[in-house]
Structures are given as structure tokens and as C-alpha cells.
Design a binder for this molecule. Structure first.
Ligand code: DSN
Length: 493
């Protein structure tokens, strides 16, 4: 993906491949336009927009044409509830092939004992994980006590007691404003409703995880599930320590590695920083740093495999076979030796981005990064996250606003901007370009002033960006983006 099209001879394998991809999409868009031209037009425009902007959303990436094309097939039309070789529908032999391949690649790539490729998304993967932990730890022993093979064999009275027991378990996860995810026990999410939940945060001075504080909280709360993982914490986690804590309190350790799965796959995170050998259950999405299709995945240690396998019908319906096929393709790509280099560049580029901010006087939560993301505290610019996000978007820089720890502006306006390097690294941006990206962002934020409300008070949403700054930023970005084209050689007429 990072190859520069300008340097590619027309008969090279890359150019031939780009010609095939161009022709595939050209023809597909013509077929679509024959039915609903506005969808074809929006699809073309989306490519143009993505090509023309600096995509810094930490959870986004650009999947390869092979992955994207795999999603647009007749596998979409097939129902296949069940598991490989054990389906509730006839005619699933080809779905079996792609699901088994996705699971095999996932096991090999991550060194996992078991892989389940059916979850449609990250929240689905987490729901499968939660319910499989409940099934393994609570329902299983309960059935054994009553000598029942499954819940249908329980009396109404025992079933009622079991339902109460299942709904009476405790979960400890990282709080949203410290960088955790809303599926890790946040009250408005189902995870915060189905469990009694408590949250651990980060050290108020350093912004870093304090393992002693997590341990103390776990000892006091004694959760069934300890969740580690994050979506806005710019640092690595010691999963060996998290497992020690889980073991001390008899909890199951579940790690959500959705954001950093690519760094695990590329062996940037190894040893204590690799969650797979330490966690009982690991979940991920496949479309972030892993560069696959939009979907989820569960990895588990063998003892949890039978309950994970019951993801359907436990919380899932029919699997998205076309997406499982694309997961198999993406995971095969991630097993190529070149993926490790890509993953390392993601981390190196994040360091360069962070250094670019720090050298220009900006404040970063935790003072830097050692993963794929940076959390910029924009309050020193006199802005909310919402104002900063909007001004940057005007200038063609796509980010998302994000809470910082103990955020005075709450989760809607926020005081932070989250920036990630996976997408632009896919395009081939390197050290100097990420430094320049930091310079452009600081320039936009310094040129933005908060607006006022209708009543004349300070607004958290409106803002004014000095004239000319958006155009200047777009022009500087275009120079870099043109050097690193998205889908080099893909041309639509
Ligand atoms: N929406 C994803 C993110 O941006 O981190 C996680 O759900």
C-alpha cells in the first residue's frame, strides 16, 4: 500500500494488479449506477474524500483491495448459524471453508489456542466473551450441581435462580475517561447494565495505569471479570501484571485488543505486552490497526473454547460469511513478513507525531505515547475537543474529539483530540511527514478561537478559524498526500 505509483513501471506486478483493481471497481460501480446512481456517486465521492484528507482517526485504516473485494460477493446471501461442520442450515460447505481459514490464520498469527471468527463487530465480540465467561464460570457449575446437560433440563425454579445468579456478577474495567471503552462496563452500555460494574482509572498526576491501585480495587471488589484494553490510552499495558491481579482475586482476565491488534500481530507488543498468552479470553476488531474488514474476533484459551463457540445462538445470529472470508484474507496478509515492518512504523510514527506536538509546546495526556495513538489536550489552546475537531475538519484533518481523564467538559464537548497513525502509515507517511502533520495541527489550533453563545457567553461548540488557514493547511497536506496515494494506480473514469 505504501508503494509510490509514480515510480512503478506499467508492466510491473503492482501496476498489473492496480489495473485489475481499477477495472473491477469501474465495472462494479457501473452495475450499481444502473440501479441507484446516487449510491454509486457517493461511493466514488467517498474515495475522493478519503484520498484528499489526513485521516488520523486512531480506530480507522485502509483495508487492501483484496480485503474490500472479498466482502462484495455472494457469501453475503448465505445463512450459516452454527459452527464449522455443525450448521443449522444446509449447503454451508464453502462457508465452512472460509470460517475455518479465518480461525486458522487467527490462531497462527496470534499464537492462540482457539479463535472464533463470527462476531460482526467489536461490541459483538465483547458480548460473546462476556457471556461465554458467564457460561463457563457460572452456568456450567450450576448445571453440574443439578446434574443437567443444558438449561432446558432445569426446573422453572432452578432456572429462575440461575438467571438471577448470572445477572449478579461483577466486572472491573478501565473507565471511559481514562481511555477504556464503553463496552468495558460503562453504565449506558449493556456491559454496565448486565454486570455490577466498577472502573479503575489512571494516576491523576501521570495519567498512567497504576497496577497497585488496580490490584487494590480488584481485591476490594472481587470481580468475576477483569477487563484490560483501551481505545484512548496512549501507552502499553503489562498484561502479565493484569493476569497476576486476576489470579489473586479469582477473576477471568479478558483483554480487548481492538485498537492494538495490529501491533500484537506485527510483534511490536511481545512478552508481557502481548495479551494472548496472559488473558483467558481476548477480543478484537479486525478493521483497526489490523487492516482487515469491519468485524470482530474472539481468541480464547482452550478451557473457554466450548463456551465461546456458542456465540451463536448465545448472542449472535447468522454469521456474515462474506466478512469472515475477508477476515481470512486480511489475516493472511498480516501473516506476511512485511506486516511486522508496517506495525513497527505505526508505533515509530506515533512517537514522531507526539514529539512533533511536544516540541511545539502542546500538552499530551501521559506526556507522550508508546503505541499507535496520541491524546492531545487542547485546553491549553483555549478550545474544547469539539471546537478543535471541527476546525481541523475544516482544514482537511480528520480526527475525533475524546475525553481526557477527569474531563471538565464531559464526554460530548471533551477537552481532547485523539489521533492515531495506522491509516496514514498505510499510505506510506513516515517520520518527517508526521512531524509536519503535528506542525499543521498546532497551527490550525493556534489560529482557532472559541465563539460565543446567543446569550453572549463562551460557547463550547462554535469557533472561528482565521481566514486562509484552512486553505494553507489543505495545500500543505495535499503535497504529502500526493506523494503517498491511497490505492496507487486505482483509477476510475
Ligand atoms: N469506535 C471505536 C473507536 O473509535 O475507538 C471503538 O469502538
Amino acid at each position: 500500500m505504501s508503494e509510490n505509483a509514480a515510480a512503478t513501471p506499467t508492466d510491473s506486478p503492482e501496476a498489473v494488479q492496480a489495473g485489475l483493481v481499477s477495472s473491477a471497481y469501474q465495472q462494479a460501480l457501473e452495475v450499481i449506477a444502473g440501479v441507484e446512481p446516487r449510491v454509486a456517486e457517493a461511493t466514488r465521492q467517498e474515495l475522493a474524500d478519503q484520498r484528499a484528507s489526513l485521516k488520523l482517526i486512531a480506530s480507522e485504516n485502509y483495508a487492501s483491495p483484496a480485503v474490500l473485494l472479498t466482502m462484495g460477493t455472494w457469501f453475503s446471501d448465505k445463512y450459516a448459524e452454527g459452527t464449522v461442520g455443525h450448521r443449522f442450515y444446509a449447503g454451508c460447505q464453502n462457508v465452512d471453508t472460509v470460517e475455518a481459514l479465518a480461525a486458522e490464520h487467527a490462531r497462527e498469527l496470534f499464537g492462540a489456542e482457539y479463535a472464533y471468527a463470527q462476531p460482526h463487530s467489536g461490541i459483538d465480540a465483547n458480548l460473546v466473551a462476556f457471556w461465554s465467561i458467564l457460561a463457563h464460570r457460572v452456568e456450567g457449575p450450576w448445571l453440574e450441581k443439578y446434574g443437567a446437560k443444558n438449561v432446558n433440563e432445569l426446573s422453572e425454579e432452578d432456572w429462575e435462580s440461575l438467571r438471577h445468579e448470572l445477572g449478579n456478577q461483577r466486572l472491573l474495567g478501565m473507565s471511559l475517561d481514562a481511555g477504556g471503552h464503553l463496552t468495558h462496563g460503562f453504565r449506558p452500555n449493556i456491559s454496565g447494565k448486565m454486570f455490577h460494574q466498577q472502573q479503575y482509572g489512571t494516576d491523576p498526576q501521570t495519567g498512567l495505569l497504576d497496577y497497585d491501585a488496580v490490584r487494590a480495587k480488584a481485591k476490594e471488589f472481587r470481580p468475576l471479570v477483569l477487563v484490560a484494553g483501551y481505545s484512548a490510552y496512549p501507552r502499553r499495558v503489562n498484561f502479565a501484571k493484569m493476569r497476576e491481579i486476576a489470579d489473586e482475586v479469582g477473576a477471568t482476565l479478558m483483554v480487548d485488543m481492538a485498537h492494538f491488534a495490529g501491533l500484537v500481530a506485527g510483534k511490536v507488543f511481545t512478552g508481557d505486552e502481548d495479551p494472548v498468552p496472559h488473558a483467558h479470553v481476548v477480543t478484537t476488531t479486525t478493521h483497526k490497526s489490523l487492516r482487515g474488514p469491519r468485524g470482530g474476533l474472539v481468541l480464547a484459551q482452550e478451557e473457554y473454547a466450548p463456551s465461546v463457540d456458542r456465540g451463536c445462538p448465545m448472542v449472535l445470529g447468522g454469521p456474515l460469511s462474506h466478512v469472515m472470508a475477508a477476515k481470512a484474507v486480511a489475516l493472511a496478509e498480516a501473516r506476511q513478513p512485511s506486516f511486522a515492518g508496517y506495525a513497527q512504523r505505526i508505533a515509530d510514527n506515533a512517537t514522531s507525531l507526539a514529539d512533533g506536538f511536544l516540541s511545539r509546546g502542546a500538552n499530551l495526556v501521559t506526556g507522550g505515547t508508546d503505541n499507535h495513538l496520541v491524546l492531545l489536550d487542547v485546553s491549553s489552546f483555549g478550545l474544547t475537543g469539539r471546537q478543535a475537531e471541527s476546525a481541523l475538519l475544516d482544514a482537511g484533518v480528520v480526527t475525533n474529539r475524546n475525553s481526557v481523564p477527569a474531563d471538565p467538559n464531559g464526554a460530548w464537548y471533551t477537552s481532547g483530540i485523539r489521533l492515531g497513525t495506522p491509516a496514514l502509515t498505510t499510505r506510506g507517511f513516515g517520520h518527517d511527514e508526521f512531524d509536519q502533520v503535528a506542525a499543521l495541527i498546532v497551527d490550525v489550533l493556534k489560529s482557532t478561537t472559541p465563539g460565543t453563545t446567543k446569550a453572549g457567553g463562551p460557547s463550547k461548540a462554535s469557533y472561528r478559524l482565521e481566514d486562509g488557514v484552512a486553505d494553507k493547511t489543505r495545500a500543505a497536506s495535499a503535497e504529502m498526500l500526493d506523494k503517498h496515494p491511497l490505492y496507487p494506480g486505482l483509477e476510475l473514469v
